[in-house]
Design a protein around this ligand. Structure first.
Ligand code: UDP
Length: 332
């Protein structure tokens, strides 16, 4: 039997890719998910406990039933625009929910935690590439909710001996080559899936949010990272925590920025479809440019992204979106 690990949000997009890698590496993951965004069909061959982080009794029961070696926390709300409109829901889920989880860990004596944070903690960057030492001035409630939890983890490390690795994801995209799991948000708010849904005619066209940013073509610049490359860093985090106390933060990105128009062009090349689009107003809360310096993860964790090219990332997402196994466009 491998080590038991809890994967909160394991039925979601990144969580389900994590579960797959954990199983392949001999771990025994247990998924805890409220299925508000996740899909039961994304969890196959491992236990799925349906429950909510806002329910401490459910968490107590979960930790009483299993002796976990570590906890992965992917169960958060992630839509920047929505967080501006509904900050109450974001702080409750992303901060109160995470605190409940940490307190359940303390009660059960579990001391290893891997936390999904975001490039949104940096706000509008002052440098072209963003390193972990860059000042943090998030410009939306989503980023602030994650920043708060990072601070909580520092304090919990010092006061309660909780070890943690914090990953600041840039833009997760792509899907597992198995075709079994992929991105299936409802509603979908992210650029890569929305471009591909427009290619499929599942939406009328792509709306590009703003073309008057201070970037090379006026549209926002993001750094896209394959979801399986995000997951592989999370595996390395377990080894890292074996020998280290406290809280440790790493960016996860490829260090290459693409404008929204460039992503559209790359998707046109991959799909061979002249994907329709229109330019709309800016979306509240968007930074103009977010590109990672991930040297720290590479040198300290020995992390190497396997699929760094934007076209290969989009290609893997395209394979999924043409035949999704679950989600609003699966026809299931
Ligand atoms: N975006 C867009 N149209 C869409 C979805 C996203 O123009 O249908 C833009 C968004 O405004 C941002 C970039 O694409 O500039 C990446 O947004 P996404 O929501 O994918 O990720 P985020 O960077 O907000 O985490």
């Amino acid at each position: 039997m491998g080590k038991k690990v809890l994967v909160c949000g394991g039925a979601g997009y990144i969580g389900s890719h994590m579960v797959r890698q954990l199983v392949e590496s001999g771990f025994e993951p247990i998924v805890f998910d409220n299925l508000s965004q996740g899909h039961a069909a994304a969890v196959t061959g491992v236990p799925l406990v349906r429950g909510d982080l806002l329910d401490p009794a459910a968490l107590a029961e979960l930790f009483a039933a299993h002796a976990f070696d570590a906890v992965y926390h992917f169960a958060a709300l992630i839509a920047v625009g929505e967080s501006v409109i509904a900050p109450d829901i974001y702080y409750r889920n992303n901060v109160v929910g995470a605190l409940n989880l940490l307190d359940a860990m303390r009660t059960a004596g579990v001391d290893r935690f891997v936390f999904s944070s975001t490039a949104a903690v940096y706000g509008n960057p002052e440098t072209e590439l963003i390193a972990e030492t860059h000042p943090q001035t998030p410009i939306n409630p989503y980023g602030r909710s994650k920043r708060m939890m990072e601070q909580v983890l520092e304090d919990y490390g010092r006061a309660f001996g909780i070890r943690s690795v914090i990953f600041r994801y840039f833009n997760a995209a792509g899907a597992d080559p198995s075709g079994e799991i992929g991105e299936a948000h409802d509603p979908e708010t992210h650029l890569v899936p929305n471009v591909l849904l427009a290619a499929l005619g599942a939406r009328e066209g792509l709306d590009i949010f703003g073309d008057d940013y201070d970037t090379r073509d006026g549209t926002c610049v993001r750094d896209y990272i394959h979801v399986n490359d995000i997951a592989s860093a999370h595996l390395a985090a377990l080894d890292w925590m074996e020998t280290r106390d406290g809280s440790h933060v790493f960016n996860l990105g490829n260090g290459n920025g693409f404008t929204n128009r460039e992503v559209l062009e790359a998707a046109r090349r991959v799909t061979g479809i002249d994907i329709p689009y229109r330019i709309g107003p800016r979306r509240d809360g968007d930074a103009a440019t977010l590109v990672a310096d991930s040297t720290r993860a590479k040198t300290l964790l020995g992390w190497t992204p396997k699929t760094p090219e934007i076209e290969a990332i989009i290609e893997s997402a395209w394979a999924w979106h043409r035949a999704p196994k679950y989600g609003p466009f699966s026809g299931a």
